[in-house]
Design a protein around this ligand. Structure first.
Ligand code: ADP
Ligand code: MG
Length: 369
């Protein structure tokens, strides 16, 4: 089966690396300025050019039987024409609904899925509504830009509000304001859905972020109240069914006691699911590819526990990280501060053992704990 992936980063790389053993062949659609080094050698790379007909690009991509994406930040008008030539999964409308934080929140509201409250900001005075309702520190997020904590602001007082209002680029709901959530931990729920409507959930995963960037994940999340797992998985299934979704979706949540709130949705494979690559089950990448191909989904059952540590922005000797009980995934990207360059995965009998080993690796690599 010939598959085209929009995007050439590490997620595209890992999707292709999961599809190749199943007999899939890949091509990649790149933005004009995109760094394609993670997918070099995995298939032809075709650049999106203005003024070139979609049929031409489709031919250059090897006339794929299905197309998928590694990111949701894509102009729908550029993707839609491809869906007349082959199925695009996740469906273009699902990407549209998820690529804007305000549209996401409105969907969560309409489907009655618990989520972080928010105030849409259309103009400076809306900031007063938000501070009246949520107080300080106020979290502001751009509705369409940003990843890894970028395009977000923390406002601590009225001066911060005035300074933000000054430099803001106002248009129709450019930003959302949220309260600073007083959560105990962050847990993500990941599920694959096939075109036939079969949904498979991975075990809930507990995530630790540093400066807005995922640092490590451990699965399964410990001592998660059964009521949260049930409600969250039912909510994720409602979202996927509503969107007639096909592929992997991640739902990032905040958890405190027996309360939970969706923080955000990602209509794709997700960093918090990277541990699935070496944990004795069908990885999120394999299940994404199986789903978009319309093939039966694979097992999501984890024996024991697994963990993942991101390798962020520091030049490392990859070989030095390889011990006999750790596997390395390196993305072949150039080093920039904070950039996701690779990750390590390990497995053990239980979460305590995984956590201890992750902390030791963290200490070794970053020199803190
Ligand atoms: N309202 C909030 N209150 C407290 N922390 C938050 C809030 N929103 C985001 N964060 C923190 O910032 C991280 C990144 O924010 P997120 O909305 O997930 O954006 P991104 O798309 O960059 O991942 C979250 O994982 C969480 O740790
Ligand atoms: Mg996030």
């Amino acid at each position: 089966m010939q598959v085209a992936i929009l995007g050439c980063g590490q997620l595209a790389r890992m999707m292709a690396l999961a599809g190749i053993p199943m007999g899939m062949r890949f091509s990649f659609l790149a933005e004009p300025d995109e760094d394609a080094s993670p997918v070099n050698g995995l298939g032809p790379i075709v650049t999106l050019r203005e003024g070139v007909a979609v049929e031409q690009l489709y031919r250059e991509l090897g006339q794929p039987e299905v197309m998928t994406v590694e990111r949701e930040q894509i102009e729908v008008a550029r993707l839609q024409p491809f869906s007349e030539l082959c199925p695009v999964y996740p469906p273009v409308n699902a990407l549209y609904q998820c690529q804007n934080r305000w549209r996401q929140k409105q969907m969560l509201m309409s489907l009655e899925v618990s989520h972080t409250p928010c105030v849409p900001l259309r103009e400076a005075v809306d900031l007063n509504t938000a501070t009246d309702r949520f107080g300080f520190p106020l979290v502001i997020k751009h509705t369409e830009e940003g990843y890894d904590g970028k395009a977000q602001w923390r406002l601590h007082n009225d001066q911060d509000v005035a300074a933000f209002a000054q430099q803001a680029q106002w248009r129709e709901v450019s930003y959302l304001a949220e309260p600073t959530m007083n959560f105990e931990r962050e847990v993500s729920f990941l599920a694959a859905r096939s075109p036939q409507g079969d949904i498979r959930f991975y075990p809930p995963t507990e995530n630790v972020h540093r400066s807005g960037v995922l640092l490590h994940s451990v699965a399964p999340a410990q001592a998660l109240p059964a009521s949260i797992a049930e409600q969250a998985q039912a909510g994720l299934a409602r979202i996927q069914e509503h969107l007639e979704y096909v592929g992997m979706m991640a739902m990032e949540c905040f958890v405190a006691g027996d309360q939970w709130w969706v923080n955000e949705l990602a209509p794709r494979v997700h960093n918090s699911g990277h541990w699935t690559m070496q944990a004795g089950l069908a990885s999120q990448f394999e299940n994404h590819m199986r789903a978009v191909a319309g093939w039966p989904l694979g097992s999501t059952r984890l024996q024991g526990a697994a963990g993942m540590l991101n390798l962020l922005g520091i030049p490392l000797d990859q070989k030095a990280l390889l011990t006999d009980d750790v596997s390395l995934h390196w993305y072949n990207k150039s080093v920039r501060p904070g950039r996701k360059l690779g990750h390590l995965i390990l497995q053990d009998a239980d979460v305590q053992a995984v956590r201890q080993r992750l902390l030791a690796l963290n200490e070794k690599i970053y020199g803190d704990s």
